[in-house]
Design a protein around this ligand. Structure first.
Ligand code: 5GP
Length: 361
């Protein structure tokens, strides 16, 4: 496990509100409990429960959203989440979050995102590079120091943002999110995600916004096949997403399409196990995809909610599927190819992981 910690890692599937520190969650719940907004004892039980079902997880998200609805808290959880990922030797993260309107707090989707960005700017203990301007034409990208993987020096992390469309949203709200992503391109927003309760919402509601994003050159990643729904999986593949997440319930025919088009899969082992999408971890589709050398990346999904970490996901993959140290580093390195950042960032990441490879092997 310690060794997995040392690998410079790439996280491409993590939800902001699923990455709240337990201590922060309790603190926020306590304050709202004292104000009488929630019953703290009830919340405590839900937060402490392990092995939640999928519907229970979405209940918990509704609770998280009550806890983290003001701008100040949004900025705080964004700051802490990035500090925590950097502490894990994550060197590049695409953090995703659903921009939210909340009239009572004077919050719009835009001001929500501004709060997230404010949180990134407030980080002092870690060097955060989140502006898209550090692209291949900007030589400063090469100058970003390689992490001291043993942790003595200040960590460096690239942060990019994905804006999520929640499956509960209307077409208009989804379009608003895509417009916002386009407006915030220079502030680190690199793509669009579709997430939220997989049994809620109709594909045709989101399709116009996702098509619009693609037309505008914004890459998209979709939560795909979290529950059996062949028709929707096929429609998702029809729009050729740049990546898909989970892919737990795909039939052979769909797998063939994913494999022949080499669509990278964001693998969330602990999340899939905890939400009971499979009987046991050794039956996870990771094994088949790995054998087929299919592009994939190990991710946490919701490290707070599922009490996991990126290092833990690597350890789990290694211990379940018998991967060697070299294979684990290669897994991290292969993910560089399908990040939504510029070639300059990709080159810098390659240098970072190559350097670690020399040191660790
Ligand atoms: P937020 O977007 O509010 O920062 O992060 C929490 C949200 O991410 C949840 O409300 C939900 O919409 C989405 N989310 C987190 N984990 C999962 C998951 O495992 N599956 C799906 N479909 N959505 C998720």
């Amino acid at each position: 496990k310690e060794w997995c910690h040392l690998i410079p890692k790439i996280e491409l599937h993590a939800h902001l509100n699923g990455s709240i520190r337990d201590s922060t969650l309790f603190e926020l719940a306590k304050v709202l409990g004292e104000k009488g907004v929630i019953v703290f004892a009830a919340v405590e039980d839900v937060i402490m429960k392990s092995g939640r079902s999928l519907p229970e997880c979405f209940q918990l998200f509704d609770l998280f959203h009550i806890l983290a609805t003001d701008h100040e808290t949004v900025a705080r959880i964004a700051k802490e989440a990035i500090e925590d990922f950097a502490a894990e030797n994550v060197v590049y993260i695409e953090l995703r979050t659903t921009p939210k309107n909340n009239e009572s707090k004077g919050m719009t989707k835009r001001s929500y995102m501004e709060a997230v960005i404010k949180g990134l700017r407030a980080i002092e203990t870690v060097s955060v590079y989140f502006l898209n301007t550090d692209d291949s034409t900007d030589n400063s990208i090469e100058a970003i120091p390689t992490n001291d993987i043993h942790g003595a020096k200040k960590k460096n992390i690239y942060v990019r943002l994905l804006l999520s469309i929640d499956r509960r949203e209307t077409t208009a709200a989804a379009m608003e999110t895509v417009d916002l992503a386009l407006e915030l391109k220079d502030l680190g927003v690199v793509g669009i995600d579709l997430s939220g309760n997989p049994v809620v919402g109709e594909w045709n509601t989101f399709l116009p916004a996702l098509t619009y994003a693609k037309e505008q050159g914004l890459p998209i990643t979709l939560h795909c096949g979290e529950v059996p729904n062949r028709k929707e999986v096929q429609s998702m593949l029809d729009i050729c997403p740049q990546r898909i997440g989970h892919a737990c319930f795909l039939e052979n025919e769909e797998w063939e399409r994913v494999k022949s088009s080499k669509i990278p899969v964001e693998i969330c082992l602990t999340s899939n196990l905890r939400t009971q999408r499979l009987e046991s971890i050794d039956r996870h589709h990771f094994a088949d995809l790995y054998k087929a050398k299919h592009p994939m990346v190990l991710c946490t999904d919701d490290p707070g909610l599922f009490s996991t970490s990126v290092s833990n996901e690597y350890y789990l993959a290694a211990s379940t599927f018998g991967l060697s140290k070299g294979e684990l580093i290669d897994l991290a390195q292969n993910a560089i190819e399908f990040v939504f950042a510029s070639d300059g960032v990709k080159k810098a990441l390659t240098d970072i992981i190559q350097a670690a490879k020399r040191e660790l092997q």
